[in-house]
Write a protein that binds this ligand. Structure first.
Ligand SMILES: NC(=O)N[C@@H](CC(=O)O)C(=O)O
Ligand SMILES: [Zn+2]
Ligand SMILES: [Zn+2]
Length: 346
């Protein structure tokens, strides 16, 4: 039987949510990942260290020692975040990054930055203290087409930040375009990107041809096939600039299958298996470990994990539904056959 053993991976972008959802999301993530960068877009958002500490403790209540899972916390930048807040965050030891949402860009981003320049004094402090900036890279201008919002953000918002703060570590999160790949490749080692499994495995035709599939709707939205191809090349290139970030973002089935459905795809229950499928498709399974387990900690300046996980080439069927608190949750690839399986009892 074909097996693949790699260093235990980390997820550098996940939404664990809060309350009853945590009993499912934490277990799913911890099954495979040793650490996860936890997104702060709760309602209300996690904007200071006290809130991050409370959230961290809520997550930890759903872990056991044998799970050996560490949530890495983030702060949500608002127009009111100050450079002093960054000093306190760095001192906390458990806040590992700050997250920039342009106001209105995505789920729960209403308190995001109304103008990126408002945060320049904060970026300066982050650069000085080595705190990474994580970016949801889409403009929100009504006149910009939704399929162009990442590209326009890079040109008009991100490029000036990177130029002004060459020492700032920046992660362009969940990239979806060839333009993003090229931009990241052109920058120095302080600029990196995360790539989701769903953007590697699907494109906008999968979402829209033959009927609209709400469970593939996420932000940034799936793009055309040529962009998917560029992401596959980047992820499997071996470049340390690209690493694993699932952007697993659960929404109840009823909130997705609705006249105005929420954005977000749930992959955490089988993320590493899904990435393995993408890497196998490119005949680059040997590059999975770098992408999933090395490039992220190296960029963040954290130690690589020591434990291992094993994947087995064994077909299984993705469930039709999972549970999210009192609701149903439809996972990515629901009812599809998956080719790789994480071996239990590692
Ligand atoms: N990716 C998504 O489509 N949704 C995320 C927010 C985000 O990461 O932009 C969510 O929180 O639901
Ligand atoms: Zn986002
Ligand atoms: Zn996200």
């Amino acid at each position: 039987m074909q097996t693949l053993t790699i260093t235990r991976p980390d997820d550098w972008h996940i939404h664990l949510r809060s309350g009853a959802a945590l009993q499912h999301t934490v277990k799913d993530a911890a099954k495979q990942f040793a650490r996860a960068i936890v997104m702060p877009n709760l309602v209300p958002p996690v904007t200071n260290v006290e809130q991050a500490d409370e959230y961290r403790q809520a997550i930890m209540r759903h872990t056991t020692e044998s799970m050996d899972f560490e949530p890495l916390m983030t702060l949500y930048l608002t127009d009111n975040t100050s450079p002093e807040d960054i000093i306190v965050a760095v001192d906390s030891g458990f806040v590992k990054a700050c997250k920039l949402y342009p106001a209105g860009a995505t789920t729960n981003s209403d308190s995001g930055l109304t103008d990126i320049e408002n945060a320049y004094p904060v970026f300066e402090k982050m650069a000085e203290l080595g705190m990474p900036l994580l970016v949801h890279g889409e403009v929100t201008d009504a006149e910009i087409d939704i399929f162009d919002r990442e590209k326009v953000f890079i040109e008009t918002k991100l490029a000036p930040v990177v130029k002004q703060f060459p020492n700032l570590k920046v992660v362009l999160e969940h990239i979806t375009t060839r333009d993003a790949v090229e931009f990241v490749n052109e920058q120095g080692p302080n600029v990196a990107a995360t790539i989701t499994a769903h953007h590697l495995l699907r494109n906008r035709n999968d979402m829209l041809v033959g009927g609209i599939r709400p469970h593939l709707y996420c932000l940034p939205i799936l793009k055309r096939q040529e962009h998917q191809a560029a992401l596959l090349v980047a992820a499997t290139s071996g470049s340390p600039k690209f690493f694993l970030g699932t952007d697993s973002a659960p929404h109840a089935k009823s909130k997705k299958e609705a006249a105005c459905g929420c954005a977000g795809v749930y992959t955490a229950n089988a993320a590493i298996e899904l990435y393995a499928e993408a890497f196998e498709m490119m005949d680059k399974l040997d590059r999975l470990e770098g992408f999933a387990s090395f490039h992220g900690p190296d960029f963040y300046g954290l130690p690589r994990n020591e434990q291992k996980i094993t994947l087995v080439k064994e077909e299984w069927q993705m469930p039709k539904h999972l549970t999210l608190g009192n609701d149903k949750l439809v996972p990515f690839c629901a009812e599809d056959m998956i080719q790789w399986k994480l071996k239990a009892d590692q």
